[in-house]
Design a protein around this ligand. Structure first.
Ligand SMILES: NC(=O)c1ccc[n+]([C@@H]2O[C@H](COP(=O)([O-])OP(=O)(O)OC[C@H]3O[C@@H](n4cnc5c(N)ncnc54)[C@H](O)[C@@H]3O)[C@@H](O)[C@H]2O)c1
Ligand SMILES: N[C@H](CO)Cc1c[nH]c[nH+]1
Ligand SMILES: [Zn+2]
Length: 455
């Protein structure tokens, strides 16, 4: 049986501040400057050469030669038809749960009078053109099509462009095509990495530039999203959803075999994934390390998984309170609470993209089918970003309507604040109306009709 190096357990209390920081640093972030330079060059190439750059970069990075970056919808249908029945049923079930959970997330509209005659509204409108990035480098992910496609469909975004790196035959898997059609995707593009993000951001001869780019990806994809969102007139992006992370807090009620299985499930995404175990129980930590060794040997992706484990940590804490504090500091994409009375710990560990509560909530449940969204903030952004949801596919805008009476009630505040800010034109935009014969007449008519109603 192959033996892999599983990092040793460390006591949090024995680490210096520098060692603690290093333990909680994400592997994918260490090379960020060089990565940004490379990503910028790719984006500029697509900006200048459009489709031909996409084809050249796909050849270079994905080793696939294509005639066109667009997969015709007829071909998408043909491929979808080849999806195995049990995979179709699984996609159908996951789709229903994701739809059920997201349909309840309709953003609120507001319509109130803040003062008599001053009506304020918050309205929502679906984003018109959205790009959905579906990772495909190391594994093809039809589940991500559902996570991005279902809310885009619920929001009724007009154009929904799916981009994903082609497989070795220059196509996409039947399951991706089946999920894409179920979500009403309008165009399918065969491109991955920074070049796909560039195409969505600036457009090419055959791909329209979009208003917002959604979806997770490796560090090239995440860096490219960040870069294009800062271009003048560039698209909005959803959230920094990079290489997978899982932090588990376990006590001695936990089962080491379950913990190891969960850690491996996220480590197998790629060498950049990071998994962390925190436990006050040395016994649980050591049992998990032994279980990892056994379970890892059985995995088809053992080599990739072992690389991710190399940058992962097994930390013995003083108690659960210390574990909760470390988790808050790390702000993981996924947090699993395999402890007694796990629900009671949610508030103290709320800086996480998605939380899995108890011994029977494997993280892979949320990856596929519970109904929650698996596009989640990584790199510690769970501190200030949320998981993907329906509201992300809408734009909010506000509306105000004022009657002459409303304006006269507001006028003293507006003119005083304009004077304080020494912005005279602002003040005059109010007083010119107040002093106008037209407004005086409208005020009188309004007062007369109110009095008429009273009598
Ligand atoms: N945070 C989330 O919500 C979430 C959800 C699902 C998946 N993920 C993560 O998404 C990632 C998917 O990564 P992936 O690599 O499998 O697929 P990917 O589609 O994100 O990236 C593959 C592309 O990267 C580009 N690329 C690869 N090597 C390159 C290089 N040296 N230079 C320039 N470009 C290069 C290629 O164009 C390739 O098509 C994983 O890390 C997974 O953990 C995250
Ligand atoms: N765990 C990933 C998010 O980090 C999502 C995923 C898709 N397929 C399997 N897992
Ligand atoms: Zn996963």
């Amino acid at each position: 049986m192959a033996r892999y190096t599983i990092a040793s357990a460390v006591r949090w209390q024995s680490l210096s501040e520098e060692e603690r920081r290093s333990r909680l640093q994400r592997p994918a972030q260490r090379a960020s400057e060089q990565l940004m330079r490379q990503v910028r060059d790719i984006i500029e190439q697509v900006e200048q050469q459009g489709d031909s750059a996409l084809l050249e970069l796909t050849q270079r990075f994905d080793n696939v030669s294509l005639d066109s970056p667009v997969l015709a919808m007829e071909q998408v249908e043909t491929l979808a038809g080849r999806t195995e029945q049990k995979v179709k049923q699984a996609i159908d079930l996951a789709y229903d749960n994701i739809r059920r959970f997201h349909a309840q997330q309709q953003p609120q509209t507001v319509d109130i009078e803040t003062m008599p005659g001053v009506r304020c509204q918050q309205r929502i409108a679906p984003l018109r053109k959205v790009g959905l990035y579906i990772p495909g480098g190391s594994a093809s992910l039809p589940s991500t099509v559902l996570m991005c496609g279902v809310p885009a469909q619920l929001a009724q975004c007009n154009e929904r462009i799916l981009v994903s790196p082609p497989d070795k035959d220059g196509l996409l898997s039947p399951a991706i095509c089946y999920a894409a059609l179920k979500c009403g995707v309008t165009q399918v593009v065969l491109a991955g990495g920074a070049q796909a993000i560039a195409a969505l951001a600036v457009g090419t001869q055959s791909i329209n530039a979009v208003d917002k780019i959604f979806g997770p990806g490796n560090s090239y994809v995440t860096a490219a999203k960040q870069y294009v969102s800062q271009l003048a007139g560039g698209p909005a992006i959803d959230l920094p959803a990079g290489p997978s992370e899982l932090l588990i807090i376990a006590d001695d009620t936990a089962d080491a075999e379950f913990i190891a299985a969960d850690l491996l499930s996220q480590a197998e995404h790629g060498p950049d994934s990071q998994v962390i175990l925190l436990s006050p129980s040395t016994k649980v930590v050591e049992a998990t390390r032994a279980a990892l060794q056994r379970q890892l040997a059985e995995l088809p992706r053992a080599e990739i998984t072992a690389q991710a484990l190399a940058s992962s940590s097994f930390i013995v804490t003083e108690d659960l309170t210390e574990a909760a504090a470390i988790s808050q500091r790390y702000a993981p994409e996924h947090l699993s609470l395999q402890i007694k009375d796990a629900e009671d710990w949610i508030e103290q560990t709320d800086q996480a993209g998605s939380i899995f509560v108890g011994h029977y909530a494997p993280e892979s449940g949320g990856d596929y089918a519970t109904g929650t969204n698996h596009v989640l903030p990584t790199y510690g952004y769970a501190r200030n970003y949320s998981s993907l949801g329906l509201a992300d596919f809408y734009r909010r805008y506000t509306v105000q309507q004022l009657t002459p009476q409303g304006l006269s009630l507001l006028a003293p505040a507006i003119t005083a604040l304009a004077a304080e800010e020494k912005l005279d034109a602002h003040r005059l935009a109010v007083t010119r109306r107040l002093d106008s014969a037209r407004m005086q007449a409208d005020l009188q008519t309004a007062t007369a009709s109110t009095e008429g109603e009273r009598q």
